[in-house]
Design a protein around this ligand. Structure first.
Ligand SMILES: [Cu+2]
Length: 507
């Protein structure tokens, strides 16, 4: 071994060490200084220049926001990123996953990022994850006792945390080297390419594919998604009056989403979120739900079916077209965050159905995968684009075990939700209207400053949203969902649309 080799070896060793440390953004690290002192002085002298260059070069790039530097606090002892109670950890996790994906596979970076999220989703409750580290037991309890609740059953702080975290995903995440990406757009683009759409719709894999998709979003935000039980709105005299279409929940139901938690969102296709609730289609009714529950095996309720009104997939199309805008088209639906809440409910229907399969039909749902529909839905086919998962694994008990549901509220208490009331004539809970909710805000609340009345969409806002829609030309959307039902209360004024402009960079 020559002197040159030794010098180079040390140089590389120290360089690696420094780069590793600098990746952890710990400049002038004491360990680096210690390592330097322990070196042979001759070698040291020869590499000081090199070190200086390394440090200054990387420091020179360090016009990074504080955010990135603070990310170190969310690493556990094994260097893995952990989602904590702090919303910033959500940002840091995406940054770390994407940066690692970029380093390992620059050409497939989005795919690798999605795979990393998927890994996190599937290993969320694995015992191995909780063998080591601080507060292992508490961490396991926190992430394995997730429960999806009807959106009106969430506490205000739970809802705020959920929407904050979605907004963090919707914010550009900055990377080393000055690039950035928008995590939410990558996740929504999974539901956009023709290949993925074919794998997800029109056959038995619809249920499992969307189950995985929900888990993926949950892995990104580190908390369960709520579900939107649209039966609670269907039973209202006028479902478009639901409190959900106010700034308290989803924001306006008519026109551009310019207020509420998703105000100002611009989709991956560079247009504003738009809605036109109650245009056509139908929300899911109790009768539709019960129609499905008369079966105890998958075949009659998954596509292709003989009777569209018994198909979970087709019935799920109803609320998609009822909301209109992005949610009404296959390629753009998941650009609208309400997508994930609606699919939470579709998954809930399946969860209840599976329970019944076991208890009434004595059938194992995990092995009852109908071998029908397009070839992309064959049981052993890959669940594209979800890594090595097979379609049949979407039906597995393991996937189901990652999710628990709080039963949708029932009469008479309706879960004591301030947004629901029991309709005694039908003995079912239904949503309060915006006006009812507005009236229920006591003066005490307002005067104590706990709540601002102007935070709630007024009827005037609805009419301005409607005017906005009247003046709106066609918007770019893709292929529309089909709905086997048309609620007679709908208006038939679906937004005019043009085909989406194709994009190349999709997951
Ligand atoms: Cu879908």
């Amino acid at each position: 071994m020559t002197i040159k080799n030794i010098v180079c070896g040390y140089k590389k060793l120290i360089k690696d060490h420094i780069i590793q440390k600098l990746h952890q953004i710990e400049f002038v690290n004491p360990k680096v200084m210690k390592a330097l002192q322990s070196l042979n002085s001759l070698v040291l002298a020869s590499i000081v220049g090199c070190l200086f260059v390394n440090i200054t070069t990387v420091k020179g790039q360090n016009s990074r926001p504080n955010h990135i530097q603070n990310c170190q606090q969310y690493r556990d002892r094994r260097g893995r990123f952990e989602l904590t109670g702090n919303d910033d950890s959500v940002y840091c996790l995406q940054q770390n996953l994407y940066q690692s994906a970029l380093t390992s596979s620059p050409f497939n970076v989005s795919i690798v990022y999605v795979e990393a999220l998927l890994q996190r989703a599937l290993s969320r409750c694995s015992t191995f994850n909780f063998l080591f580290g601080r507060n292992a037991r508490q961490r396991r309890k926190r992430s394995c006792s997730w429960e999806r609740k009807e959106v009106r059953m969430l506490s205000r702080s739970e809802w705020r945390r959920f929407t904050n975290r979605l907004n963090i995903l919707k914010r550009p995440v900055r990377l080393l080297g000055g690039n950035s990406f928008i995590p939410y757009d990558i996740i929504s683009d999974i539901h956009r390419s023709d290949v993925n759409i074919d794998a997800a719709h029109g056959g038995p894999s619809f249920l499992g594919w969307h189950r995985v998709y929900l888990l993926l979003l949950e892995a990104a935000i580190g908390m369960p998604v709520p579900y939107w039980d649209s039966r609670l709105d269907y039973d209202m005299t006028e479902p478009t009056d639901s409190v959900l279409w106010s700034d308290e929940f989803f924001g306006p139901g008519f026109g551009v989403v310019d207020s509420g938690p998703f105000a100002g969102w611009i989709t991956a296709d560079n247009i504003s979120l738009v809605r036109n609730i109650g245009s056509r289609g139908s929300l899911i009714s109790d009768a539709m739900f019960n129609d499905i529950l008369q079966y105890t095996n998958h075949d009659p309720v998954v596509e292709p079916t003989q009777f569209p009104i018994r198909s979970i997939e087709l019935i799920h199309g109803g609320p998609h077209v009822w909301v209109d805008g992005q949610l009404s088209s296959l390629q753009t639906a998941s650009q609208e965050p309400v997508f994930f809440l609606h699919h939470g409910f579709v998954d809930y229907i399946w969860y209840v159905f599976r329970k019944q399969m076991r208890e009434v039909g004595n059938i194992n749902p995990a092995s009852d995968y109908p071998n029908k529909g397009p070839t992309s839905h064959r049981p052993q086919g890959h669940m594209i684009p979800f890594g090595n998962l097979r379609n049949i694994q979407g039906y597995s008990d393991f996937l189901e075990s990652l999710t628990r549901y709080q039963t949708s509220p029932t009469c008479p208490s309706c879960g004591r939700s301030r947004y629901l009331e029991c309709d005694q004539t039908i003995n079912r809970c239904k949503s309060k209207t915006r006006r009812q909710f507005q009236n229920s805000i006591s003066l005490a609340d307002v005067s104590s400053g706990r709540r601002q009345p102007e935070n709630i969409v007024s009827l005037a806002d609805v009419s301005s949203g409607r005017r906005q829609l009247e003046n709106m030309g066609p918007i770019y959307l893709g292929e529309k969902f089909k709905s086997p039902y048309t609620d007679r209360r709908t208006r038939g004024d679906a937004l005019r649309f043009l085909p989406l402009i194709p994009r190349q960079t999709l997951v």
